[in-house]
Design a protein around this ligand. Structure first.
Ligand SMILES: [Zn+2]
Length: 272
């Protein structure tokens, strides 16, 4: 621990984090597109193989005649449906919290190529107030509108991953760890995080959180026995090759200042 820097990082570190969080937060668009294209071809199991007709129906996308686009309400209902019908009771319990607004779904447009991602939302008040943090699942409008019946399980697999981040946030015990999940709420929040931990410590936390979320996602994938784009990573789950496989899967995503830490944790060379 002693060799870890305790100094507050530079402004460019903040900028790097914010940009990277924006980019990474998500599972990649390429992955998303593959899921969407694959889903229709394969028969997906519902735990054990269940006929498609027995899968619960996703709420329909309702088009607003005024805009020609889907209504926000119909998209939010689809997202809530994926939580409320998830096989994991802990995730179904989160769906109940949407009703009280203590956990929220925010719709976003495909600016960063993410299907969905979890973050703690901070209102930007200064100084940042821990009590104002709201756990939010940001859901891409185009993605949620495009999920078909055949892709429900794959969509729930993405939710499985993001709910791991929600649980990590819930389990966080220090102010800095809580605000870690709100880092793209601005510099004041980032300052609190980096006053308590070094860049390397924050990067290590980021890696451990992703590693745990992906590992759980892989276990669920294997349990469900479905076809998914994450399969090649999951082949390395619970093996000595996991960190290296995760490094390849992330493929440079993640905060740029973290790449040296990630390479070290994965025992890999940093690409030129
Ligand atoms: Zn993640």
């Amino acid at each position: 621990m002693s060799r870890m820097r305790k100094s507050v990082p530079s402004r460019s570190d903040y900028a790097g984090w914010q940009m990277a969080l924006a980019i990474t937060i998500a599972s990649a668009l390429a992955v998303l597109m593959l899921v969407l294209s694959q889903g229709a071809k394969k028969s997906l199991g519902w735990g054990t193989q269940v006929p498609q007709s027995d899968l619960p129906q996703l709420p329909a996308v309702v088009i607003d005649p005024a805009t020609g686009g889907p209504t926000d309400l119909s998209l939010i209902l689809r997202a809530e449906f994926l939580f409320a019908n998830h096989p994991d009771p802990e995730i179904r319990a989160i769906a109940a919290l949407f009703k009280t607004m203590s956990v929220q779904i925010h719709l976003i447009d495909a600016s960063q190529g993410a299907a969905m991602y979890f973050l703690a939302f901070h209102d930007g008040g200064v100084p940042p107030d821990l009590r104002s943090l709201i756990p939010v699942f940001r859901v891409d409008r185009k993605w949620i509108a495009s999920v078909s019946l055949a892709q429900i399980r794959n969509a729930m697999l993405i939710i499985t991953h993001e709910c791991e981040h929600y649980k990590q946030w819930r389990r966080a015990t220090t102010t800095a760890e809580k605000f870690f999940f709100a880092m793209n709420s601005g510099q004041e929040v980032a300052r609190i995080v980096f006053e308590a931990m070094s860049v390397e410590q924050a990067c290590t936390m980021w890696w451990k959180n992703e590693s745990a979320a992906y590992l759980h996602q892989c276990h669920v994938l294997h349990e469900w026995g479905i076809t998914d784009v994450i399969e090649s990573l999951c082949e390395r789950a619970d093996t000595a090759l996991w960190n290296s496989a995760l490094f390849d899967h992330l493929n440079g995503r993640g905060p740029p200042p973290c790449q040296p830490t990630f390479a070290r944790l994965a025992d890999r060379e940093l690409p030129e």
